[in-house]
Structure formats: structure tokens, C-alpha cells
Design a protein. Sequence first.
Lengths: 589, 333
Amino acid sequence: MSGKAIGLLKRIHIRLKLNSIQNVITLSFTSVMLLAMLIVSISLYHLFSDSAERNAVTSTQQIIDQVSLNLNSYIAEMMEISDIIRSNLRSDTHEKDNLSDILNVTAKIRKDIVTVIVYTQKGDVIISNPTGAYNNSFEVITQDWFIELLNNPDGFIFLSPHVQRFFEDSHPWVVSLCRGVTCYENEEPVVLVTVVDMNFSTIEQMCNNVSLGKRGYIYIIDEYGNMVYHPQQQMIYAGLKTENAIDALTREPGSYFDDHTGEKRIMTVKDVGHSGWKIVGISYVDELVANRKYFNGFILLITLFAIAFEILASFFISAKISRPIKLLETQMKRLETGDFDISVEVKGEGEVKQLSKAFNIMVARIKMLMEQIITEQEEKRKSELKALQAQINPHFLYNTLDSIIWMNENENYEGVSVMVAALARLFRISLSRGNEIISIGDELEHVKSYLTIQKVRYGDKFDYSIDADSTLLSRKTLKLILQPIIENAIHHGVSPLNEKGIIKISVSSESDKILFQVSDNGYGITPEILSELLVQESTSYHGSDSSGVGLKNVNERIKLCYGEEYGLEILSEVDVGTTVNIRIPYNGL
Amino acid sequence: MRLIKNISCITALLILITFISGCLGNSIMKSEDQIHIEVIVKNRIAPFWTVVEMGAIAAGREFGVNIHFDGPTDEKDIEEQINMVQRAIDLKADAIVLAACDSEELVDIAHEALSKKIPVITIDSGINSQKVKSFIGTDNVGAGEKLGQALVNKVGDSCKIVVMSFVKGAASCDQREEGLFKTLDMYEDIQIVDIIYCNSDVDTAENLTVEIIEKYSDIDAIVGLNAYGTTGAAKAIIEQNKVGTIKIIGFDSTPEEVRYLERDIIQSLVVQNPFSMGYLGVKYAFDAIKNEKIPNIVDTGSTVIDKDSMFYIENQKLVFPFTDGLSDPTVIP
């Protein structure tokens, strides 16, 4: 498994070669886009979280303002209720029945009012709603608030949550509004104290009906930092939860960060009218963070998609750019191997098109130059060969002339005229007005002249016969192809022999070729020499009569002129003789 | 071309991972909603335990877990409580908060719950097990000592008393006795005439008290070790017209006891913090489910109150369970 994985990794590594144009483009595209995307994401994130925090603070403040407004009007209502009672008490004590009616109605309408009770300054109950068995053990005149109100009858006191003790066996938790009222009984001022006890239902409703996020909440403290209302009042009372009430107490209205519970929270403080209470709104920063997390996830998802898309896009773009270049590259590789028959059809972008056009032109030029070089070389060799074949070995001429002189001195004039005629024919055909191509008849004539001269010189050491198909005599051949072969046959074949040598020359047709055959009955050629004969320059033998043109040259000239399938073929057997076949096309030039 | 394949594969993978993680996150959230904690107490209808229930429910609401509150209607019904724990195990509760009726009998069933990876948190009355690690409740020895001190304060350091205990063998009972005797040992003139067990039954306590009053006419005080004993003793004292002559120092703050306290029938009470027991029981059970470390012993505290101090603002909170005023549990129907 791991081996496979490593193999795969290696393959990927190879595939992701960093130096290819495509990957360079892909990588640089990706990194640039990534950077851009990161910057955008981060700035979006900051923008969002900042505004989210500001919004949270603002909306919390608005909510707290609303609650404060409601609470104010609630307290004002309570004040009004106690005002009605007070004005009633002030007017006439005889209207007590009327008062109890009012209290009854109030109690029926207002479910949040637990008890309304009026005390004399001695602590006796004048009237209460509901009525019941008063708790004898509860002495109201010992209570601090009662004493304070007696001294200051026009004031009012809010009592924070406490257990009501007016009645026996009934101890509900209440918040109280206590007020004094000065009445006149027999012209004497008498202070009465009214107490309105409220349960928490209305306050709770006001505080619970608003939402400060999932976990946020509102609590109310009094001017001493006592908890008036808290959604988890039980827990506060059991000491399981604490609030930073003292901190909230010292704060001016506004929003603050609070980490009292170790969590980052926003604390919004607001005063409630004349009760001296403060509303404190708590909202959790991590809820914003939760929102933020959602937003983060969203951004992350978008970013991932964008990156994936972008990688694909940049891959395709880079592929589009690099494909023609790659095509060009493969074609250049072919060029490296020497294949010039290529032309690139590139449809890519302007630059690449230009490049491939230039490439095509270059290839064409190179091809042309190469061809030119080849023809030039061929021409050069041809002219070289021409020069070679045109050249007359001075020794041959000298020897021949020497023989003529010798014959002349012996007064063999007939011989002289034969020799001179043969020599003249030899040269005439050899020059043949500069033509490369002559008729086979002329070629045979040339050979005959040569053989005539040589025969005289070698003193009948050999005989020769020429057997030519007469229909072939008018056909054309490259000139001077037989003479070097015959020269060889004389020098290497028949001249070393003791007996008389015979050289047979024949011309025949062989399907679409013409076959010249020169055979002798000489010593033959050993296979070692035979194999080198057509490869080496014929420098091995520089006899006095050598025309200087080797078998190789003849062979090459034929091949150069007619093609590879034509040329020399040497068959030899030691002590038997040698046969040289020369093939040229039937329809030669 | 292979590069294209590779890249598309990676892209697909990335998208897949994103979706899977999203789904996974959701499913984790879901499973937290369904956490179910079973709170099994000694007596599901007694006032003390209703306050425990209030605490448990408050915690349930705070942590977003389902609370099922249960318990026998009679504290001595150990069998029934064992059945309830068994039921909780069968229902695959995520945790059990237990106030054991008996510190020995409930051990086996608690161990069974633990063996099924259900954390067990004991409140108020623990069990004799090394495996059940967490106990939340009153330091009963300390509460017993406070009870003794309250006796000395209200009756004096030279008196004859009868101790009204409840169930011999219950952990809280033994520990309160231990604490009480620890304090009383310091006062050689305090004579413990008798120790009686009311089996956590008010009527039994009342009858026993009547017998005691007849048997020992010269006793100065009865010390009640739980709410039943204290209430029964108070009833007997009223019945026997011994109010004031025989003083009662008791335990807990049921509305009935509070009424007797207000009327000078009971002189002093040691009150516990049942709300905290319920709340913390659930809180630590929730922590245990989340594999967080929880403390071994949590003392929820106890306070001595009398007629006057019960209305001190800090004591009011303990004696009178806070309600929003719509219902008043302190009013006896």
C-alpha cells in the first residue's frame, strides 16, 4: 500500500514539474488569487464582525430602553394606584367602604398586585385586600421603611424582593411600594402608611418578552445592588450564580464589556425613573461569535469553491497557452532527430502563431539549404570525377608515343599508322566534345582503340574479343566506363600470365538493363582484395599505363548518374579468372 | 490530462469534506439536545424534594437537557426506588442523579448503572460505594454539630433531651447523629435520655413523641434530625399542651415547620439548600456525560434559623423557595 502511495506521489511530483510553463502559470495564478481571496475574506470578516458587534450593542440598548420605558410606566401605574388610595384616605374616613370597593376592583383587574394594605402609625391595619389572619408576630412598626415613612410621609420607598409577612402562613415573594399619607383626624395630623405588594409576573413578562440573543437576558437591581428581578433568581438566591451587580451599580447608563463569569459579555445599563432601579442587559459576545462562525463557514466554503474553480480555470487557461508551445516543442524534438518534413499548424495566440510561423519558415529554409548543399556536393564530386576521367596519364601517352617511335625506327610504318590512328580515336572519343554521355558503339570503339594500343605495347601477350548486340550500339552510356576495367584486366589479369591471356568483352541486354561484361582468364583476385576493390581508391596500382581511374570511381560515377541499383559487380576465382559486370539502364540518358 | 483528473479529484474531495463536516457538526448538536438525565429522589412529593426538583429543572433548562424527576412516595420504599433506577438504566438514561433511600441497598443497582457507562451522581444521601464518586449535599456531620449548637443556644447547656432520629442505617441519619453527639459531648450537663427512630414518618414521630412525653415528663427538648421527626414532634407537643415547656430543635424548613417556627412551637431549625442539590446534581451529571472532571464531594451548606433570623434577607432565600408569585408553594392547602 505504502509503496503504491509513494509511487503515486512520485508520479504526481513528476507530473507537477515546476519548470513547465503550464505549472508556473497555474501556480502563480493560484497564489495570486489565493492572496487576493484571503485579503477579501479577512476584510469581509472584519467588516462583518465589527458591524455585528455594533448592531448587537445598538439593538441591546434599544431593547433595554424599551424595557425601561415599560417598567417606568408600570411603576407609574403602581404610584397611581397608591395615589388613589391616598387621596381616598385623605378625603374622608367615612368613605372606607368605598375604598374597599376600589381595592377589590383593583385586585381583580391587577393580578400582579398581591396585597394592598394600609397601616396606622401605630402599626394597626386599617384596611387590606385580601383580608385574612394577620400575623401577630410581625411588628410593622419595627421595620426600617415604616419608621422612615412616618418621619417623611410624602416620600416613597421601594422594597426589593422579600417574603411578605402580613398574613399567617402565607409568605409569597413580593416587591413593595410603600408610601406615607398625612390625614387629619379631628384636626390632628395623622400619618398613614400604604403598602402595595407586587409579585414578579409583570416584571418577569417585561423582561422575558425581549430577546437578547439565545442566552442573553435582563436583570434589575435596586440602588443598593440587591437583585430585584433576575430570570434565574432562584439560582442567585441559592448562591449558584452571581451577577456583577456592584459593577453595574457604579456604571453610568451605556454599554460595557464584562467578563465577570469568565465569558465575554456585553453589559448594558439603564436607569429606571424614580425607583432607583437599574436595568442591566446581558448579551453574550460568543453568540455573535457563533454567528461569526456561521459566517466564517460560509466564507470558507465560498473560498474553497472559488479556489477549486480558480485552480481549474487557471489550469485550463495555462493549458490553452502552453498547448501550442508544447506542440512546437514536440515538433522541434522531431527536428532534432533530423526529420525536416514537418510543418506546425498552430492556431494559438498571436505570439505563438508568429513563433510557429517563424519556425515553419526556418524549417523550410533549413531544408532548402540542406538540399542545396547536397546538390552542390554532388556537382562538386561529379566535376571532380570529370576532371579525373578527362585526365590523361602522361605515362600512358609517353609509353604509347615511345612505342610509335620505336616502330617508326624499325620502319614498321603500318604499325605506326595503326597506333597513331588508335591514339587519335582514343582521344577523340575520350573528349567527345565534352559530352558525358556517348553511344555504346563509341564506347566500344574507345575500348578497341585502347586495346589496339595495348596489344601493340604488350606484344601480343593477350587476345581480346568484343561481342556486342548490334541493336544496343546506338544506346547511350556514361563514357569511359569500360576502359578502366579493361586496364585492370590487362595489368592484374592477363599480363602476369605465362600463356596468352584472353579478354572477352560483351554487351547484352538484361531485362531493362544493359550489361557489359569484361572477363579475363587471369590469376583472379583473392576475396580479401575483392572486398576492398570497390571501396578503396585505386591507388594500389600505379603502373606506367594506368589511366588513374579506379574501379571505385567507375562504380560511383554509374551510381551517381543512374542510381544505386546500377554499377559494378566483380566475380573472381583465383587461377580461373575475373569477370566484371557493369550494369546501366536500358533507357539511359 | 491526468493532472486535470487529479485536480478535479482534489476539488471534489474538498467539497465532500466540507459537506461531511457540516453534517457531522449538525448531528453532534442534535445528540446534545437529546441528553436525558434521570433524577431519582427519596420522596417525590415531600416539600424538600419539590425544591430539589426546582433546582434540577432550572439546571435542565440552563444546560438544555431533559430532566425526568421521580421517586417513591414513601422514603422507606427501597424496593420501589431500586426499580426506578432499573427503569432508568433500561431507558438508557445518559446519567442518574440519585438520593438513596438506603446507603447499602442501592449500591448494587448503582454499580449496574456504572457498568453500563451511565454516570451516577448522589445528592443528599449517598451510598457506600467507592465507585460512585460524586456526592452533592449537606455536610451532615457539620449540620449535626450546628443542630447541637442551636440546642445549646435555645435551651441552655444543662438539659435533658430526646433525639428524634429517622432511619438507622441511612447515611444522612448516622452522620447527623455523629455531628450532634460531637457537639453535645462538649456539654456534660446535657443528658440524652433516649434516641428514637420515626422511620421518616410524621405519624410515627408524633406517636413516639407522645409516648416519650408520657415516659419522660421532665425532658427539656426534643431534637429532630429530619423534617418528619421535627414535624411529628411539634404536632405531639401541641397535642400534649407542652408548647414552650418542651422545646423543639429541628431540621429542614418545610412550610409546616416554618409555621411552627413562627408560632414558637419550634425554636430553631437547621436548614439545608435543596435547590442547590438539585441544580448541582444535574450540572455535574451533565459534566460527567461530557467526561469533564467533577468534584468528589460538594457541600451545599446548612444554616441555623429561628423565628427572627428566618426573615433576614439572606435566610429568606433559603427558607422560602423563590417563585414568581403566580403560585405560592409555601401556602399549605
